[in-house]
Design a protein around this ligand. Structure first.
Ligand code: IPM
Ligand code: MG
Length: 358
């Protein structure tokens, strides 16, 4: 029997709307083929929400988010604020606010490499081949949410880096559970040689590790991890790390998958799950039919699997993407500049190809 689910779509800024259109189209196709009933609502966040309501995260968006079974999100951000460090209201506050309000403390970022894209990366194919990493980035703590201050004379600024034991415990457990279903290896990344938050992090992870004796735990400093990721990415399986380190390391790791345009993520906690590409609003290409819709489509696959338990449906989506890539179709960001054989498509044509293969 088919499932009945309410999905909130938050396109956000820049290329957000273009890419979520295709995420949603894939959801509709899956619903039709498998007999599920998905109903949709839409809400504002980020720069578009500031323009319309004055707030990057209007109350209405939060109310709708809490009432939904899953959220498909695009991106937030606008160049206007990037160049104005004094702006008090910023699009990113919408994203950070919803993560906090919904208690989305675990951000899962799978680094999955499609063989066809080996040459799209700036790294050597032989280094990349066979890489399969699952990042668990903590999402509601750290320097992101600690107290921010600026002195009266405006010459000193500080962001408090802070973690509480329970925050480390709950994400560590999620990561260990995932490691059990994968290769039973977990690497916890911190900066315990310098930071007190990292020493707490390491202490707590060492304790949780005892509950999972079947999982092999490694602890690594973040600077070393950044280096190992490009030197030998295959050595990683589940990577558990804090909010800021995870933000940086996953952008770096996106190059393993060929492009930021390929990486999806799932933010989960105890309530509604939130699914989004890791790429941003990319204003430079917004509205030009150039964005890669695959990360949004892969985010939908994560939604089906994680929030709704629909593994078959999720696998069908990945297979459709695989076939699209095997047939030589690429958006500009994943085209191999060394060959002429790639068929470069815009956002719409790429989305249509995936639907066709699906
Ligand atoms: C991400 C983004 C966000 C973050 C920004 C847009 C606030 O870079 O999801 O990785 O830093 O978490
Ligand atoms: Mg980021």
């Amino acid at each position: 029997m088919g499932l009945s689910k309410k999905i909130l779509v938050i396109p956000g800024d820049g290329i957000g709307a273009e890419v979520t259109t295709w995420g949603k189209a894939v959801l509709e196709k899956i619903a039709a083929v498998y007999g599920h009933t998905f109903t949709y609502d839409e809400a504002l966040m980020g720069h578009v929400a500031i323009e319309a309501t004055g707030s990057p995260l209007p109350d209405e968006t939060l109310t709708k988010a809490k009432a939904s079974d899953a959220i498909l999100f695009g991106a937030v951000g606008h160049a206007k604020y990037d160049n104005d460090p004094t702006a008090k209201v910023r699009p990113e506050q919408g994203l950070l606010g919803i993560r906090k309000a919904l208690g989305l403390y675990a951000n899962l970022r799978p680094i999955v490499l499609f063989d066809e894209l080996l040459d799209a990366s700036s790294l050597k194919p032989e280094v990349l081949k066979g890489t399969d990493i699952l990042f668990f980035r903590e999402l509601t703590g750290d320097v992101y949410f600690g107290e921010k201050k600026r002195s009266e004379d405006r010459n000193t600024g500080s962001d408090l880096m802070i973690y509480h034991r329970y925050e480390v415990e709950r994400i560590a457990r999620k990561a260990y559970e995932a490691a059990r279903l994968r290769s039973h290896r977990l690497c916890s990344v911190d900066k315990a040689n310098v930071l007190e938050t990292s020493r707490l992090w390491r202490e707590v992870v060492q304790e949780i590790a005892k509950e999972y004796p079947d999982v092999e735990t490694e602890h690594m400093f973040v600077d070393n991890a950044a280096m190992q990721l490009v030197k030998n990415p295959k050595k990683f399986d589940v990577v558990l790390t804090a909010n800021l380190f995870g933000d940086i390391l996953t952008d770096e790791a996106s190059q393993i998958a060929g492009s930021m345009g390929m990486l999806a993520s799932a933010s989960i906690g105890d309530g509604t799950g939130f699914f989004e590409p890791i790429h941003g609003s990319a204003h430079d290409i917004a509205g030009q039919d150039k964005a890669n819709p695959l990360a949004s489509i892969l985010s939908v696959a994560l939604m089906l699997e994680i929030s709704f338990g629909l593994k078959d449906e999720a696998r069908k989506i990945t297979e459709a993407i695989d076939k699209t890539l095997k047939a030589g179709y690429r958006t500009g960001d994943i085209a191999d500049s060394k060959t002429e054989k790639d068929k470069i498509l815009g956002t719409t044509a790429m989305g249509e190809k995936v639907l066709e293969f699906l």
